[in-house]
Write a protein that binds this ligand. Structure first.
Ligand code: SF4
Length: 365
């Protein structure tokens, strides 16, 4: 089988809860989870991989990801043991690579050499913020300088770099989140994930929340900040591969999320906001080219339709009200490039003006 199979990307996640992590980040419930969830024994790794492989169609790029804790902080013999279990799959081409997640201050030349020897292709750093005060208030135990150093080391050895960021941490604000996004975009990671901070029961953050010393972001606020960060990365062609925590069973269990902007489709809400604002811009451009028409038709690629309409068609209603439109239709156009918005009259002339994402982003500068 070929190692570099085209098509969708699949991760086989192997959860290593809190192993080796000597820190106590204010929002983290890994210790609580770790009390209930043991890390897999080395011999269980193959069984996890086999089980996932049996459900993945054969035309994708498949990687094994050791997520959850700080992989490079666990006992080096155990790191090697885990990685050794994946080697037969790499050798047979059934797996294309290995990802690990870790902390920025747990990266050094020696462990990167070892990771490279075992075929690790991507290192995801839980950076969270590039603001000194936010990192300190969140108990992260490192500063922005450590992040810069570790990113340099990772990139110098040609690993792919993934960055995880959080918004709404203690001492955080929108300006600090945007500054973080701008600096991270300048570093040039291959992927970014953005998570709004949630207050999980039993954490230090929950205690602060109960004492009235921490207020989580409201959902709309979180969506807005995340949208601004998403645009920073989009402008630099850096894929934001996840926004919002995966709404798995654990998080949806009653009482687990005590407060905070939890939404099962958080990322979709962010992209819907982008489409809404891009559509406003497209309509205004249309008016300046073709005159103030009050009944319009928007055109989008069929896979962008739900993002254009918005949750419960809220974008549709918002656009009518905000732009004072008498009539609005949204039509799909399979030939149109993704993330572009076309505008035309409702009377059948078709799309007269097209606003691609890149042009929209340029107009925001
Ligand atoms: S470093 Fe990661 S695992 Fe450790 S306490 Fe912080 S968030 Fe939790």
């Amino acid at each position: 089988m070929n190692k570099t199979r085209p098509g969708r990307h699949y991760n086989i996640p192997i959860f290593i809860p809190h192993m080796g992590c000597p820190y106590d980040c204010i929002y983290c419930d890994q210790k609580i989870i770790a009390n209930q969830t043991a890390a897999p024994a080395r011999h269980q790794v193959a069984a996890i991989i086999e089980q996932h492989l049996s459900t993945i169609p054969g035309d994708g790029c498949i990687e094994v990801g050791f997520f959850g804790g700080s992989f490079t902080a666990i006992d080096p013999f155990l790191q090697e043991d885990y990685l050794r279990q994946v080697q037969p799959y790499l050798a047979q081409g059934r797996i294309g690579g290995i990802r690990i997640s870790t902390r920025p201050d747990c990266i050094a030349g020696e462990n990167l050499d070892m990771l490279a020897r075992y075929g690790v292709t991507m290192i995801e750093l839980g950076v969270q913020s590039m603001d000194e005060a936010v990192l300190a208030a969140s108990g992260r135990g490192y500063g922005p300088g450590d992040v810069r150093t570790s990113c340099n080391l990772i990139q110098a050895r040609n690993f792919q770099l993934g960055i995880q960021l959080m918004i709404g941490l203690p001492a955080d604000n929108q300006a600090r989140d945007i500054a973080t996004a701008v600096e991270i975009a300048g570093i040039g990671p291959q992927t970014v994930r953005i998570y709004p901070t949630l207050v999980l029961t039993g954490t230090h953050l929950a205690a602060l929340y109960e004492q009235g010393r921490y207020m989580p972001l409201q959902l709309q606020e979180a969506v807005h900040i995340c949208k601004e960060m998403f645009l920073v990365f989009d402008r630099c062609n850096i894929p934001v591969i996840r926004m919002g925590l995966y709404p798995g069973e654990e998080l949806r269990r009653p009482g687990v999320v005590q407060a905070g902007p939890f939404h099962s489709s958080f990322g979709e809400l962010v992209e819907q906001m982008v489409f809404r604002e891009q559509a406003c811009s497209a309509v205004r451009r249309y008016w300046s080219c073709f005159g103030a028409e009050s009944s319009l038709c928007l055109y989008v690629h069929d896979r962008d339709l739900s993002k254009m309409l918005g949750h419960r068609r809220q974008n549709f209603q918002y656009l009518c009200q905000d732009l004072g439109l008498v009539g609005l239709e949204v039509r799909v156009n399979g030939d149109q490039v993704r993330n572009s918005i076309g505008v035309g009259k409702q009377t059948g002339l078709g799309c007269q003006l097209l606003l691609p994402r890149a042009d929209y982003l340029q107009s925001l500068l």
